[in-house]
Design a protein around this ligand. Structure first.
Ligand SMILES: NC(=O)C1=CN([C@@H]2O[C@H](COP(=O)(O)OP(=O)(O)OC[C@H]3O[C@@H](n4cnc5c(N)ncnc54)[C@H](O)[C@@H]3O)[C@@H](O)[C@H]2O)C=CC1
Ligand SMILES: C[N+](C)(C)CC(=O)CC(=O)[O-]
Length: 493
């Protein structure tokens, strides 16, 4: 698949990264002499952050081509993403030029933050292929895309667009009624205007406003949004009580939103100087890396709870299993005689410690996830666990053989050492390419989750495990299996 990115600034660069890292070929047209350098820096950030966001490796990166003309960039494009500056006349001109050269079946999406798709479609020769796909910065990490069809957009364009956005690991929100600034920017604009008032009136500094968000409601919003959060704030009586309690405030002077602060040089200087005092010691690229590190860590924490953007990522990971060569069931395994691929992933940013490499607990994390995958393959999946039981790990021996770093692609292969009644002994080998990084040996016991005591697995699960165990019986016993921590060679004083 091929994407054409028209305008390669902050947002075009983010889109290019999202497409490329999901295996699309990308052609870019941006006449600015510095565009390639700037996009290179965005791509560098994206390559650092996105591959480790989920627990399954992304497809091989596509090819990036900078083009000297718009026409060249559009050649063979399945998706065109217009991300030129926010001026309606410029966008309409660019879209007309795009339509003159692009395949009529391609999707033409605009990143516009504020214009309605019907405004973009004015005078278009094929309005049916145009819609708004409004993303959030950084496009390579934040999943939401507001998909806004205009009066002339074909239903098929919207349907295909939804599928493509989901394929990129993103969340297409269909905005059913076109309005200026769609949905999210309406909300952001309200907060932004109120914040400008607060700074202008000397009530708070830019830093104090950021603190009130990051230490308070920003944390709530990231996982539950606005309405679910306020439902809880109503106590056991829920939303109705919440609304009754705070309804009168709607009529009190709690907001200055009905008015707009004058956009004067003084206001710009005030905000900019406070922002410089707050964050001027860091370059924009450094701030982007802080932002990306935290976004990855937060989304991975949400994934552990299967909540919010983390739940979305988990679902995307699941869809990516076959492409990553990872089995979901025994039937997916092509060769039962060899160790089973149970992890194919990239080491995330938040797995690194003060020594600048993967921290010890994360090895166990990766191996535990390998065990989870193996359990699912033999049929110990969520349904089995809910009804019949599970495996508990009784003993683990882990060897660290080489260093691993954030961004490293790693695999884990799993061999069954023992499958007997309640016992399942697994041997995991973690590699980066051909380099062995670590091994882990686990003794697991099948447990009845009601009695919390060891129990025999259900016959079909036992049979699946036996199938793999017998098929792997010809494998040599791994070097290192059965090892304990060696005694110190010389006495430690
Ligand atoms: N910056 C943000 O936070 C967000 C911006 N958007 C929207 O994305 C669009 C782009 O915004 P940014 O990336 O922030 O702007 P930007 O200024 O960073 O990038 C715009 C790029 O378009 C290029 N350009 C100008 N004329 C062109 C033409 N005729 N053909 C090809 N390229 C051309 C410029 O050289 C520049 O590199 C706007 O519509 C904006 O509303 C959407 C979401 C968030
Ligand atoms: C400021 N903005 C209107 C361009 C913001 C957006 O459109 C979305 C974002 O990323 O905040």
């Amino acid at each position: 698949m091929r994407a054409a990115i028209i305008g390669g600034g902050v947002i075009g660069g983010g889109w290019a990264a999202r497409f490329l890292l999901n295996g699309w070929d990308v052609r870019v047209f941006d006449p600015h002499p510095d565009a390639a350098r700037k996009m290179g820096e965005v791509l560098e950030n994206a390559r650092r952050a996105l591959p480790g966001l989920g627990n399954v490796v992304l497809p091989p990166e596509g090819t990036l081509t900078f083009c000297g003309t718009l026409r060249e960039a559009l050649s063979g494009a399945d998706w065109v993403q217009e991300s030129v500056p926010e001026r309606l006349d410029l966008k309409q001109t660019v879209l007309a030029e795009v339509q003159a050269h692009v395949d009529p079946t391609a999707i033409i999406a605009s990143s516009t933050s504020g214009f309605k798709p019907s405004e973009l479609q004015q005078g278009a020769v094929r309005p049916e292929q145009i819609l708004v796909a409004h993303p959030f910065n950084p496009v390579y990490l934040l999943p939401v895309v507001e998909l806004v069809p205009g009066a002339g957009t074909a239903e098929a364009t919207l349907t295909r667009a939804k599928g493509i956005i989901e394929g990129l690991g993103m969340y297409p929100l269909h905005v059913r009624k076109e309005i200026d600034a769609h949905i999210a920017d309406r909300l952001l604009e309200a907060v932004w205007r109120e914040a400008l008032w607060l700074v202008r009136d000397g009530i708070a500094t830019t830093e104090e406003i950021d603190n009130v968000i990051r230490y308070g409601f920003g944390l709530r919003w990231a996982q539950m949004g606005l309405f679910e959060t306020y439902r809880i704030a109503g106590g056991e009586a829920g939303m109705k009580h919440f609304m009754a309690q705070f309804g009168p405030a709607l009529k009190w002077p709690w907001t200055k939103l009905m008015d707009v602060p004058d956009f004067t040089d003084d206001l710009v200087d005030l905000i900019a100087s406070q922002s410089d005092a707050q964050s001027g010691h860091l370059s924009i690229r450094a701030l982007e890396r802080v932002r990306d590190d935290n976004l990855v860590a937060m989304m991975r924490a949400l994934a552990a709870n299967d909540a919010g953007a983390g739940a979305l990522q988990n679902a995307h990971d699941r869809k990516g299993l076959p492409a990553a060569g990872l089995a979901a069931t025994l039937e997916d395994l092509k060769d039962l005689t060899q160790p089973v691929l149970t992890q194919n992933r990239v080491i995330p940013l938040d797995w690194t410690d003060y020594n600048g490499h993967m921290t010890e607990s994360r090895y166990l994390d990766a191996f535990a996830q390998a065990t989870d995958r193996f359990m699912e393959i033999i049929g110990c999946d969520a349904a089995y666990i809910a009804a019949d039981g599970s495996f508990f790990t009784a003993e683990t021996h882990l060897r660290h053989l080489d260093e691993a770093h954030a961004g490293d692609p790693i695999t884990v292969h799993t061999q069954v050492l023992l499958a007997e009644g309640k016992k399942m002994q697994l041997w995991h080998e973690m590699r980066r390419g051909d380099t062995m990084l670590a091994t882990a040996e686990h003794m697991l016991l099948h447990v009845n989750l009601q009695t919390r005591r060891a129990s025999d697995p259900r016959p079909d699960l036992a049979a699946n495990l036996q199938r793999i165990s017998k098929a792997q019986a010809g494998l040599p016993r791994p070097e290192g299996a059965g090892r304990a921590v060696g005694a110190a060679r010389s006495p430690v004083s």
